[in-house]
Design a protein around this ligand. Structure first.
Ligand SMILES: Cc1ncc(C[n+]2csc(CCOP(=O)(O)OP(=O)(O)O)c2C)c(N)n1
Ligand code: SF4
Ligand SMILES: [Mg+2]
Length: 257
C-alpha cells in the first residue's frame, strides 16, 4: 500500500484554505498509517466539528463525524465495543479543550486507550476566528478585538494528571518530529495526545500580522525549540514527547492487532 492509498485524492483539492496547516497533519498521519500497516479493517477515525473535523472525509478509513466536542465519548465507545481497533481522534483545539473539555478530562482520567491528534491553531477557525481556550492572552481575534483576556489552558498539565499518559508537542513546520510523535502516540498503550501547533492563516494569522502561511511556518521554525533529552516537562514553545509510566496489562498498541 502506498501513502496515497490512505487518502481520497479524488476529492482533492480539499475544502481547506490554501496554506492551512491541517493538510500537513493529514499527510503525515497518512504516512504513519502506511508505515504501521493501518487500514480500513483495523483502524477507525473519529473527528469533531470545525475545519479539522473535515479530515475524516479525505482519508480512506471508516470515520465518525461526531457532534462538536464529542469525539472522545464516541472514541471510547468504539474502543469498548471493538478493542482490537486502533482508534484515532482528530480534532480542533476548540473542539478538544472547550466544548469537549469535560470529556477530555475524563478520558485522561480513565486512561482511554485512544490517540488524540489535536490541530491546535489557537482559534475557532471554521466559525471566523473567535478566541478559545488555547488562544494566548492578548491575541486579537474576531471576538476579542482588543486582545484575548485569559491565559490558555495547560494541555500538557491536564494530560499529565494521568501518570500513564503520553503527551507530545510539535508543530506542522517540524515534520520529522511531528511524524515521530504521531507514530509513537498510536503505539502508546493508553491515552496519547499529540498537540500540534498549526497555522490558520485566514481566520487567525492575518488578524495578528502574518501576511502568509509561510510566514507563520517560519515563525514556528524560529519560535519552537526541541526540549533537552530527558526532559520531564515541556516549557512554552518547546517540542518533545513526555511519556508517563508505560501501563502494564495493555496491548502493545492502541489497537490490539
Ligand atoms: C454544539 C455546537 N456549538 C457550536 C458550534 C459552532 N462551531 C462549529 S466549529 C466551532 C469551533 C471550531 O474550532 P476548532 O475546534 O478549534 O476547529 P478549527 O475550525 O479551528 O479546526 C464552533 C464553535 C457547533 N457546530 N455545535
Ligand atoms: S479557516 Fe483557518 S483552519 Fe479553517 S481551513 Fe482556513 S486556514 Fe484552515
Ligand atoms: Mg481551532
Amino acid at each position: 500500500m502506498a501513502v496515497k492509498d490512505k487518502l481520497k485524492t479524488d476529492l482533492f483539492p480539499t475544502i481547506w484554505c490554501p496554506g492551512c496547516g491541517i493538510g500537513l497533519i493529514m499527510t503525515q498521519l497518512a504516512t504513519v498509517m502506511d508505515e504501521l500497516g493501518l487500514d480500513k479493517n483495523n483502524t477507525v477515525l473519529i473527528t469533531g466539528i470545525g475545519c479539522t473535523g473535515r479530515m475524516g472525509a479525505y482519508m480512506n478509513f471508516e470515520s465518525v463525524y461526531t457532534l462538536h466536542g464529542r469525539t472522545l465519548p464516541v472514541a471510547e465507545a468504539v474502543k469498548i465495543v471493538r478493542p482490537e481497533l486502533n482508534v484515532i481522534v482528530v480534532s480542533g483545539d476548540g473542539d478538544t479543550a472547550s466544548i469537549g473539555g469535560n470529556h477530555l478530562m475524563h478520558s485522561i482520567r480513565r486512561n482511554a486507550n485512544v490517540t488524540v491528534i489535536c490541530n491546535n491553531n489557537e482559534i475557532y477557525g471554521l466559525t471566523g476566528g473567535q478566541a478559545g481556550p488555547t488562544t494566548p492572552a492578548g491575541t486579537k481575534t474576531l471576538s476579542s478585538p482588543a486582545g484575548a483576556t485569559y491565559s490558555p489552558i495547560n494541555l500538557q498539565g491536564l494530560v499529565n494528571t494521568n501518570p500513564n499518559a503520553f503527551y507530545a508537542k510539535t508543530t506542522v513546520y517540524h515534520q520529522g518530529p511531528m511524524k515521530k510523535a504521531i507514530k509513537e502516540a498510536i503505539q502508546w498503550p493508553g491515552f496519547a495526545f499529540v498537540d500540534v501547533a498549526s497555522q490558520c492563516i485566514e481566520n487567525n494569522g492575518r488578524r495578528i500580522g502574518f501576511s502568509s502561511a509561510n510566514e507563520m511556518l517560519q515563525n514556528y521554525r524560529t519560535e519552537y525549540k526541541a526540549a533537552p533529552a530527558g526532559a520531564t516537562r515541556l516549557e512554552t514553545h518547546q517540542t518533545g514527547i513526555i511519556k508517563g509510566e508505560r501501563p502494564a496489562g495493555h496491548a502493545p498498541n492502541n489497537g490490539e492487532n
